[in-house]
Design a protein around this ligand. Sequence first.
Ligand SMILES: [Zn+2]
Length: 343
Amino acid sequence: MSPVRLADVRRIASGRGRKPSDADGIAIEQALREYRSQAGPPLSPFSLEVDGRPYTSFLDALDDSSASFRTARLRLSEPPADPESWRFLRPWSSIDLGSDGSAQFLAPKGAPDRALARFRLVDRYDPGRGVRMPPQLGGPFPLAAFVAWMRDRSILPLGIVLDLYFPSERIRYPLDLVRGVALPDRRAGRLPEARFVRRPTRVSWELDRRLAGGELSPIAVRTLETLAEVNGASEAELESWVGGSVRESLKVLTQSHLATQDTAAGTYHLQLEALMRPASRTSSSAGSAVAGSALREGVTELLAAAEARATCPLCGDLLPPGYTRLLCAKCEGEVGGVSRAPR
Ligand SMILES: [Zn+2]
């Protein structure tokens, strides 16, 4: 995919309720320059087809009101061969997004796989105010709903995340829409692999809903993302992995009971019970039994806490106790190969 052109962004921004001016052009140019200066090295450029038609950029497709985004195909043009580039990711060569919110996942090597696909906004430009903005949080959405949500709000996305929920794990793929490239995982080269903890898909699902829910600042989102996939970390460690000051974020996360601090060890931990039992949902027996307990991170506790309310996101059926997958067995069957055994 080609990098997005300034003229395109200008045209797209102006098509959204305002007349373009020289000042707009300067503001857009500055926002894009700032975005590029903060963006790290890419993983690979990607190409995009929407409704079976090729587009030069995601923004072009977003701007084309005839593009429904019911289906789309992402293809990496230069997938790297070295495993180092793919740290914390599953290597892919193409991803077909279906109208049912599922994805057909093709790896450079190995059998194809199926996943549930959801999108989140992480960086955007606000044409109305002429500034680059932290995301207006929402979602995570299936692709067509994501696009409709952005079109309704005249959002110009600069960076988005594609979350793929495989039966055994969720993988998070950041996409840079300004340069038209897929990005490596932000933690690659920072977070030692030995510290990384892959959560069951159901846990990641709840986590991502919380991340997108609009309650947390962008830096708190990154702190929680990072904290969620390690077994505890100090403030200094989190700062080096997140790449910025996390003190305020840790305060907010502990106050909202998403994290606890082990004062003796000087470490912070994800509070899984709080994550799996959002305050907005009705509490039941498991809540009071684990309330106030610190530093419980075992999958057993986590699943015990989740069981009371876990439902299938597609059909809403209650899931059986101990179930770690996202979809119920019936829906897994209907979506297609999602019921494959975990790797
Ligand atoms: Zn279901």
